[in-house]
Design a protein around this ligand. Structure first.
Ligand SMILES: NC(=O)c1ccc[n+]([C@@H]2O[C@H](COP(=O)([O-])OP(=O)(O)OC[C@H]3O[C@@H](n4cnc5c(N)ncnc54)[C@H](O)[C@@H]3O)[C@@H](O)[C@H]2O)c1
Length: 268
């Protein structure tokens, strides 16, 4: 597919997902701007690395200058104390959205998470417009991140796609991944679709491989993002026991949900 994406910023480019997105967009983007607090070695004239914290709005505004789109990955990607998650994922995402507005960037892809609905039971097929049911503070921070995206779309007309990513792994490594796996090439497919889908105001969409056992719907309103995932975790099913307690019921978040996961982060 010959799509031109223009100048694309990737925040959090040095993390687990960043290098896959960077590699996947390299051909179609005119230029990639790689933002992270960690050092990144840019590739010749096709990339620029910017060492910046998403707490620093002015630095973001400068990094976003002239950009056509932003893929926002930076933040805390796991459960933790609420204050830390509010700083990184909520205040940080507000800075990204506000700097994007000031720099005139039209399209923002926010990396949300399946954990915004992680407390729905595994036998419930979730559509993206159902009410949030976060399975912890991390999920709560992602609900707020999505809400900020909706606010900026409604108020300022930014085009915002919140991708509720599944479990990004090279291959499934635990039973739950038979439902939740997001393969690297499907991740790139969803990001590309989120960058190019027409008529976007705000949408939240699940980004998950075509796993036979998945519990999230790929629809977006009456349509979808226009990407059909190609991988299916079923190919690895023989590696995981069929009678795993995960399949007996309980929350979609599995071990990420429940008191044992939340209590350590409640403080005094
Ligand atoms: N990995 C998954 O399976 C998964 C699933 C669902 C959603 N997500 C979301 O996708 C995004 C990327 O996840 P990941 O697994 O690559 O995370 P990661 O923790 O591996 O990478 C995050 C990157 O962001 C950078 N970063 C953190 N705080 C920053 C700050 N204040 N300013 C600038 N850079 C900062 C880190 O240095 C790191 O390179 C996150 O928003 C995460 O919540 C990930």
């Amino acid at each position: 597919m010959d799509v031109k994406l223009g100048r694309v910023v990737i925040t959090g480019a040095a993390g687990k997902i960043g290098p896959t997105v960077r590699e996947g967009l390299r051909e179609e983007a005119d230029h990639l701007v790689l933002v992270d607090t960690a050092d990144i070695e840019p590739d010749g004239g096709a990339e620029t690395a910017v060492n910046a914290d998403i707490a620093d709005r002015a630095a973001l505004r400068e990094a976003f200058s002239g950009a056509d789109a932003i893929v926002h990955l930076a933040g805390i990607a796991e459960e933790g104390p609420l204050d830390d998650l509010l700083d990184a994922n909520v205040r940080g995402s507000l800075n990204v959205l506000e700097a994007a507005r000031q720099a005139g960037v039209e399209r923002i892809v926010l990396f949300s998470s399946n954990r915004v609905t992680g407390n729905y039971p595994i036998h419930h097929h979730v559509f993206p417009d159902e009410p949030p049911r976060p399975d912890g503070f991390y999920g709560v921070s992602k609900v707020a991140e999505e809400a900020l995206g909706q606010l900026y779309a409604d108020t300022f007309g930014l085009q915002v796609v919140a991708l509720r990513a599944g479990s990004f792994e090279q291959r499934p490594t635990e039973t739950r991944h038979l439902a939740t796996w997001l393969s690297p090439r499907d991740c790139v497919g969803f990001v590309r679709a989120a960058l190019t889908a027409p008529n976007v105001n705000f949408v939240a969409a699940y980004a998950v491989s075509g796993n036979a056992r998945r519990f999230w719907d790929l629809s977006v309103g009456d349509g979808d993002l226009g990407y059909r995932p190609v991988d299916d975790a079923s190919a690895y099913a023989a590696e995981f026991p069929d009678d795993d307690p995960f399949w007996h019921g309980g929350p979609q978040g599995g071990d990420f949900a429940g008191p044992q996961a939340l209590l350590p982060h409640l403080g005094e």
